[in-house]
Write a protein that binds this ligand. Structure first.
Ligand code: C5P
Length: 232
């Protein structure tokens, strides 16, 4: 069954721990991103792991292969379960990340690749020299490139996940933000899907922030999403 990952978009370890405790057994997986990690560092990862939860450390590494290899190793030592890299970092960088993760054997963090940030349009791609491909074509090309070089999966929007899950080998992870239960506030998300739509299209993990964190009863909101995707 697809798994819900709650985006811990809060500013402190104390707030993160409070949210994880409040949500309780309803969710076993949490995303720690740039804002929280830059504020609190590895301590927040340790705090969430100490509560018995899995951690998706979303720092989107993009650097020379040696640096990424060592950063992935640091994540593995912290016990993180998922980490992100940018696929445009190149073949050697992707392989370095995958090889460093593999050193942790059965506890290896899974490496997810970002293809094209959803904030970029055709004009933004042209600015950085990508011409002759639409954003969708660039997404698919980079997805195949990343998985072909050892990435375990992809971060992708609900609008991309259908095409990507058809184009890539079985067992690839598809981690999808931009998920909104029917009737939930969109916030700043524009192209959303319901949890059931995203999972039917092939998502293996759903990243959900505000629909759970800002709910009057976060545990109940998470349980409702679990119920929606159960058995799909
Ligand atoms: O609150 P919400 O459900 O919109 O949170 C979604 C999470 O997924 C946030 O942490 C956001 O940064 C992240 N994300 C996203 N869209 C992307 C990539 C990441 O919403 N394309």
């Amino acid at each position: 069954m697809a798994e819900v990952i709650v985006a811990l978009d809060v500013q402190s370890t104390a707030e993160a721990v409070e949210k994880v405790r409040l949500i309780g057994d309803a969710v076993g997986f949490y995303k720690i991103g740039l804002e929280l990690f830059t504020a609190e560092g590895p301590d927040v990862v340790k705090a969430v792991k100490d509560l018995g939860k899995k951690v998706f450390l979303d720092l989107k590494f993009h650097d020379i292969p040696r640096t990424v290899e060592r950063a992935v190793r640091s994540g593995g030592k912290l016990g993180v379960d998922l980490m992100t890299i940018h696929s445009v970092g190149g073949r050697a960088m992707i392989r370095a990340a995958a090889d460093a993760a593999a050193e942790f054997g059965a506890n290896a963090p899974k490496i997810l690749a970002v293809t094209v940030l959803t904030s970029l349009d055709q004009g933004d791609l042209a600015d950085v020299g990508i011409v002759g491909r639409t954003p969708a074509e660039q997404v698919e090309a980079m997805a195949k490139f990343a998985v072909g070089n050892g990435a375990n999966g992809l971060v992708c929007s609900p609008k991309e996940v259908g095409a990507l899950s058809r184009a890539l080998k079985a067992g690839t992870l598809f981690v999808t933000p931009g998920v909104r239960p029917a009737g939930a506030a969109l916030g700043d998300q524009k192209r959303v899907a319901t949890p059931a739509e995203a999972v039917r299209d092939g998502a293996t993990h759903l990243v959900v922030g505000r629909p759970i964190l800002a709910a009057a009863d976060p545990a109940a909101a998470a349980r409702a999403i679990n119920a929606e995707i159960e058995g799909l």
